[in-house]
Design a protein around this ligand. Sequence first.
Ligand code: CUA
Length: 154
Amino acid sequence: KYEKIWLTTGISSLVLFLAILIITALHNGHTPAASGREYINPDRVDEIEPFNKPGLHKVSGKDYDYELVFVASAFSYQPAKVEIPKGSKVKIIATSKDTLHGFSLPGTNVNMMLEPGHISQYEKKFDEKREYLILCNEYCGIGHADMKSMIKVV
Ligand code: CUA
């Protein structure tokens, strides 16, 4: 008699435990941001926030001042040039619409790969009034060497 009760209790706990595991797994699967990996459809970049509005956007309630959104495609970046107020902390958010591109600011720590379907991010404070060239440092085809943009800190 007691054995049966123990067995039932044991199996019930096991089932409950498995159910929690499965629910947790499904939940995480549906919130990609939670795992730090965000995927977007590269063919629909122009429709998906924030990439539907490339450029500098003031934000509030975050630990940075601006979001700077870049969309790369062979062989240019959107925007082609951007001005940032001196002293701003900026979160750069970028992706590619077609193939693998680079995103580097020579002389800084900013050096990202932009993969189609993947969002790359980097936070940087711009304290110096100067111009930064943005270069593609992944070979992406015939126009690779001309693929650039610019950040001007004003
Ligand atoms: Cu884009 Cu090289």
